[in-house]
Write a protein that binds this ligand. Structure first.
Ligand code: PGA
Length: 251
């Protein structure tokens, strides 16, 4: 049985006060929830304050990105060790905004995933097609390539540290959620691919989150699908009420 996993990606939002308020609010609201894994991914500069606010909660913390080198002359970058030092458990890798706004490649993302695992962080590898790729019936092809390249060189034992997030780019921040049929179809394809790349047992253990305008109103329907094991939430994760409502729906 895969335990549901919901993560809030705060992106470049909040300030010191609102980040700690959001974290404390969630900690209080979700203190009874034990059947869902919950994480929040604040901006780097608020990780320490958020960690404090979450210290006696059952909510984990993740970072939105990292670099694949250990330390040294990499201006502006953040290492696995630094993230662990401030209590991160998870790290996003290859979020669509990093792929399409910042220009990250599958090769770079693969290095990050590998470094995260070897450094003891749990990566959430994000994949997903653009609208024109979906319209050209290339969703499977795009997602397959992102997954194969993102997980290249990661063996069966190590891949169990990874969560996959399927986030159709056209659904992110647009209010246009994939239907639960569209999500299930791609999630099932991803699980089949993971079974081919590894084996059935590993594929059945790996969690696949859906992301893209997930909100309280569509949580139950998405989570009811066999291969949807959780959600990666942007906008609806920025409010205590909406994010905790989604988690309570799942719990
Ligand atoms: P959204 O973002 O929920 O605001 O669409 C999801 C994400 O980018 O992870």
């Amino acid at each position: 049985m895969r335990k549901p996993f919901i993560a809030g990606n705060w992106k470049m939002n909040t300030n010191c006060q609102s980040a700690t308020d959001l974290a404390s609010g969630l900690a209080a609201e979700l203190s009874e929830v034990t059947t869902v894994d919950v994480a929040v991914c604040p901006p780097f500069v608020y990780l320490q304050s958020v960690a404090k606010a979450l210290s006696s909660s059952n909510i984990s913390m993740g970072a939105q990105d990292m670099y694949f080198e250990g330390n040294g002359a990499f201006t502006g970058e953040i290492s696995t060790e630094m993230l662990k030092d401030v209590c991160c458990t998870y790290v996003l890798a290859g979020h669509s905004e990093r792929r399409h706004v910042i220009g990250e490649t599958d090769e770079l993302i693969n290095k990050k995933v590998k470094t995260a695992i070897s450094g003891g962080l749990l990566p959430i590898l994000c994949v997903g097609e653009l609208l024109e790729q979906r319209e050209a019936n290339k969703t499977d092809e795009v997602v397959t390539e992102q997954l194969k390249k993102g997980l290249a060189g990661i063996d069966a034992e190590k891949v169990l540290a990874v969560t996959i997030a399927y986030e159709p780019v056209w659904a992110i921040g647009t209010g246009k959620t994939a239907t639960s049929d569209q999500a299930q179809e791609v999630h099932a394809m991803i699980r089949k691919l993971l079974a081919e790349m590894y084996d059935e047992k590993i594929a059945s253990q790996l969690r696949i989150q859906y992301g893209g305008s997930a909100k309280p109103e569509n949580t139950a329907e998405l989570m009811a699908r066999a291969d949807v094991d959780g959600l990666l939430v942007g906008g609806a994760g920025l409010k205590v009420d909406s994010f905790s409502a989604m988690i309570k729906t799942i719990a």
